[in-house]
Write a protein that binds this ligand. Sequence first.
Ligand SMILES: NC(=O)c1ccc[n+]([C@@H]2O[C@H](COP(=O)([O-])OP(=O)(O)OC[C@H]3O[C@@H](n4cnc5c(N)ncnc54)[C@H](OP(=O)(O)O)[C@@H]3O)[C@@H](O)[C@H]2O)c1
Length: 252
Amino acid sequence: MRSGEIAGLNVTIPHKQAVVQELDAISPTAARLAAVNTIVPVAGALQGHNTDGLGFLKALDLAQIALPRARVVVLGAGGAARAVAFALAETGIEYLSIYNRSLNRAQELKEHVHATVGMSRLSAHSLSDDRSLRADLAEATLLVNTTSIGMYPKVDQTPLLSFDALHRGITVVDLIYNPGETVLIREARRRKIRAFNGLDMLIYQGLESLRLWLGEHSLSRNQRRFSLAELRQILNKALGVHDESLALSDRR
Ligand SMILES: NC(=O)c1ccc[n+]([C@@H]2O[C@H](COP(=O)([O-])OP(=O)(O)OC[C@H]3O[C@@H](n4cnc5c(N)ncnc54)[C@H](OP(=O)(O)O)[C@@H]3O)[C@@H](O)[C@H]2O)c1
């Protein structure tokens, strides 16, 4: 990239944090998240950005998920959880509870969001604290899995064991897009609960990355335009995912 041969890179799990130290500059958003998913070379210097939060919000918006009064349970406290937690806190939600295997990381994220955004309606718990999780799920309007549990190839795993704690009014979003249907999504949908995967977030964080690499002008001059449905199809094909019905903006 420094020699100008590569015009842009996306960075994914598990390198988003480690790559920060290799860069010359990072955007305020990426600095706050301490994670980079998009690298842009500018005159030989490497700039790091993070488009995950924007991609997540855009996907929620497409699915017509109203945030102002949302009570959200986030599973995980890694890079994706940080992007999701900050995006939600900055947009303004009613309450956010964070559950993670390593309690200290959940607490750190909670403190970080509180100190940076000023949101105080927050809590942090261990993922094994089933009692608190059930109580929070009973009140929640949105459950977001940001852990990698259930991601290919360990497709039979799930971050949530208490499926009976999910009520009909909640929406379940799993950031995992491969497989298209995780155990979490399958179990939620079996209970007639609205549940979607992370494919649309993937598409929209990618579009934001393209904007950073090519600029708005180059994007609008692009001759071949793809619909969201086509993009889902292309990505699912590339990933070997066959169920295209589970993207976030489907209205089921
Ligand atoms: N749809 C999209 O566009 C999009 C964008 C970003 C990420 N993602 C997906 O989000 C997931 C997480 O990515 P990331 O970058 O946040 O990864 P990460 O920084 O490595 O974080 C992984 C998270 O999963 C938890 N975890 C992993 N294995 C676990 C296990 N066996 N038991 C309990 N908890 C476990 C970790 O808990 P500890 O803190 O205890 O280790 C941590 O909270 C991946 O599946 C990724 O593909 C999707």
